[in-house]
Design a protein around this ligand. Structure first.
Ligand SMILES: C[S@@+](CC[C@H](N)C(=O)[O-])C[C@H]1O[C@@H](n2cnc3c(N)ncnc32)[C@H](O)[C@@H]1O
Ligand SMILES: Nc1nc2[nH]cc(C(=O)O)c2c(=O)[nH]1
Ligand code: SF4
Ligand SMILES: [Mg+2]
Length: 210
């Protein structure tokens, strides 16, 4: 299987429980909840995406002919040091492309593997840290994992149902949008009402990181 990757880069995880951790990001091209074209945004299932995942033309992106080729590129981005290697597979929707061969190839190079997914496709076995971020209007089939990260506000979200899902951490992330201040206030109010949830912020944006 070949893989279409929009971009690859070394940065700090900005979101969630692992915020602040050094990580190679592999951003896969394509998503099942939006085409990525602005003219389709208003009619997409997911309307608030902050990411360009169209094509393979980003820095470090391209078409990788094999799992080994992709994993070698990720190892090159990490650089020297064999311990505590962390790679985050995101997109776009990474579960459209992640397969057992890629999981094995990354593990073989010493990587712990994080995945950022919308949860509409069952996760591949072998992922070490699974973050699921539900989108209102979609059906989440992946109802277990390490962290559930709900972008807020999203009218139509069944928060009570989500709280029954098998996640270790329940996180609320303010939506980055034109009404970002109101979104932040709504997220704070949410957590004040529901102590099971914790606020997470997109630290990379305030730090000027990718
Ligand atoms: C670009 S998505 C890619 C992974 C996957 N498709 C997903 O939605 O989880 C990465 C993360 O960014 C979050 N995100 C996307 N747009 C956002 C926005 N405008 N504000 C806050 N978080 C956002 C998503 O919910 C997800 O947790
Ligand atoms: N620094 C940084 N942290 C992130 N955590 C999740 C991201 C994503 O787009 O999936 C992301 C991202 O794009 N950059
Ligand atoms: S599901 Fe994820 S990648 Fe797809 S449009 Fe929504 S936030 Fe962006
Ligand atoms: Mg991002």
């Amino acid at each position: 299987m070949s893989y279409a990757v929009k971009e690859m880069f070394l940065t700090l995880q900005g979101e969630g429980v692992h915020a602040g951790r050094r990580a190679v990001f592999v951003r896969f091209a394509g998503c099942n909840l939006w085409t990525g074209r602005e003219q389709d945004r208003a009619t997409a299932v997911c309307k608030f995406c902050d990411t360009d995942f169209v094509g393979t033309d980003g820095e470090g992106g391209g078409r990788f002919a094999s799992a080994d080729a992709l994993a070698d590129a990720a190892a090159t981005f990490w650089g020297a040091g064999e311990t505590l290697r962390y790679v985050i597979l995101t997109g776009g929707e990474p579960m459209l492309q992640i397969d057992a061969a890629l999981i094995d190839a990354l593990h073989a190079r010493g990587f712990e593997i994080g995945v950022e997914s919308n949860g509409t496709i069952a996760a591949a076995p072998g992922v070490d840290w699974l973050c699921i971020s539900p989108k209102a209007g979609s059906t989440v089939v992946q109802r277990s994992g390490n962290e559930l990260k709900l972008v807020w506000p999203q009218p139509g979200s069944d928060v009570d149902a989500m709280q029954g899902w098998a996640f270790d951490h329940f996180l609320i992330q303010p939506m980055d949008c034109d009404e970002g201040v109101a979104a932040r206030d709504a997220a704070i109010a949410f957590v004040m009402e529901r102590p099971q949830w914790r606020l997470t912020l997109q630290a990379h944006k305030t730090l000027g990181l990718r």
